[in-house]
Design a protein around this ligand. Structure first.
Ligand code: OOB
Length: 543
């Protein structure tokens, strides 16, 4: 098994410790501390569950003991695919305490993505919910087990049914903890996130206790969280934004309360805001639009809500302007990435910056470079490629030398793939992407990955997938296809992508059949140039 590491050069690590960013805390350690300080405060609310810090702390110990008793060991990797359920917390804190590494998948992922993550991470277990929104994850697990024999255990939140090797969360939570477990090192990797994946399949992002805890502790400070803060999780909890910006971990670190919404819809979320007196939540731009529309006819009392964070994709200034007045909240823009760097607009920023920019970095030691195609810095106000390095930005993906050579500079800067403009205040304005991924309402789709699946269709001679501006989603996906003889119907193409075991958000929104890609281009052009030409052609056709 390839060990999972994330290492900063010694001079950087020393500086990050000296400046108090890395404080030697661990996930298991900070939960223990909160449980001692605030034992009877409610930590997590979701479904029918309502657990205090003391209860969550004990459950995490039981889960840790239960996983070890089930044959898992420190250093093992476990794919965790859970919707917004309370059991997420004892499960992941139990893993952190046992030194077992969660690999966070999204509820929308299907067989192809889960198999890839399991293989890439060399996972030996898989955590699922019984079912959610009419989808039975046990059926998915059965397919995954058949393809990845290394998975020995499936943990089910709910009834395991007849799944081989399955144990229920209830069984784990009933285990009697044994002797105290050794504390993992704060510089050890705690878990892996997945990358938005601009080229091909998702890469794994190892995050250490030290670096990740710094990012959400500092985020919690920026958002002025305290034990009275109540965070409503409307996005999938395992995504980096609701997880750590400041998200659920930031709120737990501050001693506040996490409320899990099973759905982001205003029908479900608004009553929860009233019932739990929610003070902060975070969402993607299309959802903010939906909330704005629903606000007009709301019956629930939303007056407790103070801060509404929007991020994951570009928020149009016209919509940004309406959020504060319509919902009676302060807007905060959040521009982050699972690889690290997160930017926020601040509570004392002038309104124009909050409406028009995506904020500035968390840390004084976040190094931000904005450079031209040759890597030369551009002046403030000019668009350029965003490169970054800092106390919570990774230096490399797990076990992927090829991707690392492309995504990081010699001196350790991460190439974000984003084109930004930096203002003299340090605030960044996102202009777009330099690389070909489609940001569909915050969900990232790799053009290359979808093209590969399209090319496997017998009636497809060639395929190129591009983003198209979309009023509601921000961007939608369009597949250009040159048929191989018979021209299939668009629905067949969509059904094909579904049949390949991919998340629904990756199914092309639009399919366009063409006889050839470019009439003018002579000789060989790159996929990227081709996609740019096709995007241009669509834009012209729309005019
Ligand atoms: C967040 O993380 P990822 O890893 O799903 O996606 C990162 C990419 C960025 O490189 C950028 O292209 C885009 O998503 N993005 C935004 C944005 N926030 C993210 N583009 C424009 N405006 C924004 N506000 O999406 C993520 C992670 C932590 C916090 C917030 C978002």
């Amino acid at each position: 098994m390839v060990p999972v590491q994330q290492v900063w050069p010694e001079e950087f690590a020393r500086r990050y410790r000296e400046r108090g960013y890395w404080q030697g805390e661990t996930f298991g350690g900070f939960l223990r501390q909160r449980a001692r300080q605030l034992p009877d405060r409610v930590a997590v609310v979701g479904g029918g569950d309502r657990w205090t810090y003391a209860e969550l702390d004990l459950l995490a110990d039981r889960v840790a003991a239960g996983l070890l008793a089930a044959g898992l060991e420190a250093g093992d990797r476990v794919v965790v695919q859970l919707p917004n359920v309370a059991a997420f917390f004892p499960l992941v804190f139990g893993m952190f305490r046992a030194g077992i590494l969660p690999v966070f998948a999204l509820p929308a992922h299907r067989q192809t993505e889960i198999v890839h993550l399991a293989q890439r991470s060399e996972a030996c277990a898989y955590v699922i919910a019984e079912r959610q929104d009419g989808f039975d994850y046990r059926t998915l697990a059965r397919t995954v087990l058949a393809e990845v024999p290394a998975i020995r255990r499936v943990v089910v939140v709910g009834e395991p049914g007849d799944l081989p090797g399955a144990i229920s969360f209830a069984e784990l939570a009933a285990t009697t903890p044994g002797a105290p477990l050794p504390e993992p090192s704060p510089s050890a990797v705690a878990f892996m996130q997945i990358s938005g994946g601009s080229t091909g399949l998702s890469k794994l992002i190892p995050r250490t206790h030290d670096d990740y805890i710094y990012s959400f502790r500092a985020s919690a400070e920026i958002c002025q969280l305290d034990p009275n803060s109540v965070y409503l999780t409307v996005l999938p909890v395992a995504h980096n934004f609701p997880m750590s910006s400041p998200g659920v971990f930031g709120v737990l670190h501050a001693g506040g309360r996490v409320v899990l919404s099973p759905s982001p819809s205003p029908d479900v979320a608004f009553p929860l805001i009233e019932q739990e007196r929610v003070t902060i939540t975070g969402m993607v731009p299309p959802l903010a639009l939906l909330w704005l529309q629903a606000a007009a006819s709301r019956t629930a009392d939303l007056s407790s809500l103070k801060l509404l964070q929007v991020g994951g994709a570009k928020l149009a200034p016209e919509i940004a302007r309406r959020i504060g007045p319509t919902l009676g909240v302060r807007l905060q823009q959040v521009f982050g990435m699972a690889e690290g760097l997160v930017n926020y607009t601040r509570h004392d920023d002038p309104d124009e910056l909050v409406i028009n920019t995506q904020g500035r970095p968390i840390s004084p030691d976040d190094e931000v470079l904005v450079v031209d195609d040759q890597g030369r810095p551009v002046p403030d106000g000019e668009p350029g490629h965003l490169l970054t390095r800092g106390p919570y930005t990774i230096r490399g993906y797990h076990n992927d030398p090829g991707a690392n050579a492309r995504a990081f500079t010699e001196d350790g800067f991460y190439r974000t793939g984003d084109i930004v403009r930096r203002l003299p205040s340090g605030h960044l304005e996102v202009q777009g992407r330099a690389t070909d991924h489609i940001n569909r309402a915050g969900e990232k789709i790799s053009a290359e990955e979808i093209e590969d699946h399209l090319l496997a269709h017998p009636d497809v001679f060639d395929a190129a997938v591009v983003s198209v501006p979309d009023e509601y989603l921000g961007e939608r996906s369009c597949a250009f296809i040159i048929p191989n003889g018979r021209q299939p119907r668009a629905v067949e193409i969509k059904a094909w992508i579904r049949s390949r075991g991919l998340a629904e958000f990756k199914v092309p929104d639009q399919v366009v059949f063409v006889g050839e890609f470019t009439a003018t281009a002579v000789g060989k052009i790159s996929r990227r140039e081709l996609r740019a030409i096709l995007r241009q052609r669509l834009a012209e056709a729309d005019r």
